[in-house]
Design a protein around this ligand. Sequence first.
Ligand code: URA
Length: 225
Amino acid sequence: MCDLNICTRSEAKSFIKKGLVNVNGETVKDPGAHVDPDSDTVFYKGEKLKYIKNVYFMLNKPAGIVSAVTDDKDKTVIDLFRSENRKGLVPVGRLDKDTHGLIIITDDGDLCHHLTSPGHHVPKTYFVGLKDPITDDSLLKLEAGVELKGDGITKPAKTLKLNEKEILLTINEGMYHQVKRMAAAVGNKVIYLKRIGIGDIKLDESLKEGEYRQLTKEELLLLKK
Ligand code: URA
């Protein structure tokens, strides 16, 4: 019931104790009773619950791989998953073929749709390697917003200078080639790009390029927040 977002764990316990939950035709009042989602039928207030267990992964995308489900010529992020894990998996949003780093992969179409809808703005943090040294003036411009032809002015962003040619950049929308175009707008050029954060979810640096793991419960809550 918690996984289906019907209620919290403690509410579920109280609903069960109140006799509002029925398993296979029998009221179950013990919150510790075991239910097998594959073989048991659970009713809450007389309504049958449809339990779909979705999977959520974080992948450390290597360069040279496209963020798609299938592709005629290139390997896709889904091809990196073992075949038995692949059913219904889609990448949440896109990274360019030459971009590295964090991408969420799931079979939860509704969440994917929600997270990629135009009105949904989750800050995304990139490690950016630049061709030329970055000036303080350029950092201020990136933070304030720069004009991207056809897309308007970018929302206020955050920067952190790591050294002359490397910065962290956190942006709040997902325009086409946004980071590369922002760098170009201040007269620079991106030569290496890696996404290291989506909202409060950080790339697990123990994942080698091409490796993935399931999101933890805490990460999933952050994603659904
Ligand atoms: N900005 C880009 O330019 N490329 C990406 O892959 C992601 C953000």
